[in-house]
Ligand binder design. Structure first.
Ligand SMILES: [Zn+2]
Ligand SMILES: [Zn+2]
Length: 330
């Protein structure tokens, strides 16, 4: 295909699909060096975490046969609010500032070598159960407005420790990317009376060109407007605005689709580093976000943003998403 500018339905942003620009067969695979796991010896996540006073510092769960643990990050991006800190905007000259309060939790699975796609279905489901449980606890804090759940796999995706771990970062405001996603889908809903994500899912299920995996309750596809090569999005098929209120059968389908997609990246693209993260509705004013459709985005670390991208905000994607799906589907 020729180069094509495509506009994202949600953000309104444009991207360029420019296949043939850098694409050679096995281009990504050839440039990869093999993943080297860190040794178990010295791994900070091998044993249940203990705080300085010797008492278990676990949030979840607290027994010998643990599969998933949640505990506070030793190097948090945000810190728990103390009573004397007011969680509100103040000024520094013309700038607005806000105290960096919130919670930064780590979710660790037991097996040093088993990353998310290699976990058994049951264990992978338990990870998502832990995300939901913790989300519900965090959303009780009146100053928390957004809970961001994410995974960094590999050093180029920002993981400083090899042992598979996930992060739950709760902050007192709605972050910019979520804000764009929420306002973009609200705008679409206002003019079409339809959920923009349901519309995207319907198109993908009808065209079947960019589907990577589908089961009864979930679907994974390479979005028509993919900002980067081999980007994948996983959606529950039902219109569900709130991650934390998702029923087990929907969630288990999503988890299966996520595991399939990640296994496929590993198998077909030479095991790239990647991030995945959840986009869901904020905590406050829930009713306002009934139009939103929570989902997971997977972004393999494959291309580097160049001057054109930084200078214009237009991402150049060298892989036609139709081809990305063809490669990842098998
Ligand atoms: Zn380990
Ligand atoms: Zn929807």
């Amino acid at each position: 295909m020729n180069s094509e500018l495509r506009q994202d339905l949600v953000s309104g942003d444009w991207i360029v699909v420019a296949p043939g620009r850098a694409w050679r067969p096995n281009f990504f695979v050839k440039n990869k060096s093999k993943r080297k796991p860190d040794l178990i010896k010295g791994c900070p996540f091998e044993h249940p975490q203990f705080s300085k006073n010797g008492k278990p510092d676990l949030i979840y769960p607290n027994h010998q046969d643990w599969v998933v643990q949640v505990f506070p990050n030793k190097y948090p991006a945000v810190i728990q609010k103390k009573k004397n800190i007011r969680a509100g905007v103040s000024k520094h000259g013309p700038y607005s500032i806000f105290p960096g309060v919130g919670y930064h939790d780590l979710v660790v699975t037991r097996d040093h070598y088993k990353n998310f796609p290699r976990l058994s279905r049951d264990k992978a489901n338990l990870v998502f159960r832990a995300f939901q449980d913790r989300y519900l606890v965090l959303s009780d804090h009146d100053y928390i407005d957004y809970v961001s759940i994410l995974h960094n796999w590999g050093p180029t995706a920002g993981a400083s420790v090899f042992h598979p771990h996930y992060q739950i970062i709760s902050i007192p405001m709605v972050p910019p990317d979520i804000n764009h996603s929420l306002t973009g889908s609200a705008r679409y809903f206002k003019s079409h009376r339809k959920c923009v994500h349901c519309v995207m899912i319907d198109l993908e299920l009808k065209e079947k060109k960019r589907i990577i995996f589908e089961n009864e309750k979930a679907v994974a596809f390479a979005p028509f407007v993919s900002r980067g090569p081999f980007e994948v999005r996983v959606f529950p098929k039902s219109h569900l605005p709130y991650f934390e209120n998702t029923y087990d059968e929907d969630m288990e389908s999503v988890v299966e689709a996520l595991q399939y997609s990640l296994r496929s990246l590993e198998k077909n693209l030479g095991d790239p580093d990647y991030n995945f993260f959840i986009h869901t509705s904020p905590i406050k004013d829930k009713e306002k976000y009934r139009h939103y459709h929570w989902h997971i985005e997977i972004t393999p670390v494959i291309s580097i943003r160049g001057g054109f991208e930084w200078g214009t905000g237009i991402d150049i994607n060298v892989i036609d998403p139709d081809n990305a799906a063809k490669i990842l589907r098998v």
